[in-house]
Design a protein around this ligand. Structure first.
Ligand code: ATP
Ligand code: ZN
Length: 291
């Protein structure tokens, strides 16, 4: 059932690893709303959008069924739930890896060693597809939690789970074996909402803002003064200064150079820029870039 008040509804994780970044993304889009982990429902004051906060596992189905028009959920959950939704954009946060892991002392050397073995997981659908792709015939043991304990309880010979760091795996007497899925947070949409003119227009407006924030991520606006004759040298130092904005200064022979640079590049080259004649170097954050 699609919401009928004409406002867009987005569903995000209420309290967990995706919550903070999901809320931050919506705020970076200029949306103004109250949110706490107690909130189930947060209306935006300055956009026709309401935020619904639930368990991440239910998000794909809520969006598929039109309870919400949009959702933010990990690809791991999305893939597992096999919901019929449109994927609009990868969001660049919530990265994690679904992996096969085996007991520390295990002698398995490659995937084929899993033939005929038992693999414990809370991701049976994803694992089934992966095993079929690799022509491995193993028994999938569906678990609902504490997957990492399955080998020591002799419930399984291997597991398939989200492995954050090798360290956590090792603490449970396991070691990462073979990667199954690289995941990050995804923006998904209900297919009918995309086909409804009013909703689609709101989704488009929101997407422009989201893309703008993504474009701006990791970038800084760089301004400096330099003698005009130093320009070629400055451009050799920062290759991305291909089409900088160059403004003549009142002082003859001096120019102001403005450009967008990646923040990681900037710190490496700042001293070189100074040595090449740049002065009054200013770096400011960029909120959004609309192309
Ligand atoms: P909920 O109560 O909403 O069901 P949860 O305990 O299932 O929460 P979280 O642990 O908060 O879920 O993880 C939410 C999502 O964050 C995961 O589905 C995954 O996409 C992503 N994620 C990022 N890093 C990790 C990690 N180290 N371990 C598990 N999930 C991670
Ligand atoms: Zn969950």
């Amino acid at each position: 059932m699609l919401a009928t008040n004409g406002r867009l509804k987005i569903v995000i994780q209420r309290s967990g690893r995706l919550t903070e970044d999901s809320v931050a993304l919506l705020r970076a889009c200029g949306l103004s709303f109250e949110f706490s982990t107690q909130s189930l429902y947060s209306p935006c004051r300055n956009f026709d959008l309401d935020i619904l906060a639930i368990r991440d596992d239910d998000i794909p189905e809520y969006v598929q069924d039109g309870v919400a028009d949009l959702g933010i959920v990990g690809e791991n959950i999305l893939r597992e739930k096999k919901a019929s939704v449109r994927q609009l954009s990868a969001l660049g946060f919530g990265s994690c890896k679904l992996m096969l892991a085996i007991p520390q002392r295990s002698t398995y050397r490659d995937l084929r060693d899993l033939n005929g073995k038992r693999i414990g997981t809370t991701y049976p659908n994803t694992l089934k597809a992966f095993l079929a792709d690799h022509r491995i015939k193993a028994e999938i043991i569906k678990l609902s939690g504490s997957v990492e304990l399955a080998p020591s309880l002799d419930v399984a010979d291997a597991i398939c789970d989200i492995i954050s760091t090798g360290t956590t795996a090792r603490m449970n007497g396991l070691r990462p074996f073979v990667p199954v899925l690289e995941s990050q947070a995804m923006l998904i949409a209900n297919k009918r909402s995309l086909a409804t003119q009013k909703k689609a227009r709101l989704i488009d407006r929101l997407m422009i803002r989201i893309r703008g924030c993504q474009e701006a991520r990791g970038k800084r606006y760089l301004m400096m003064n330099a003698p005009a004759h130093a320009l070629a040298r400055l451009q050799r130092i920062i290759p991305s200064l291909k089409s900088p904005t160059i403004v003549p200064l009142a002082q003859t022979g001096m120019v102001a150079v403005h450009s967008v640079v990646a923040e990681d590049v900037f710190w490496d080259v700042m001293e070189k820029l100074k040595a090449a004649g740049a002065s009054d170097i200013i770096v400011v954050p960029i909120e959004t870039i609309i192309r």
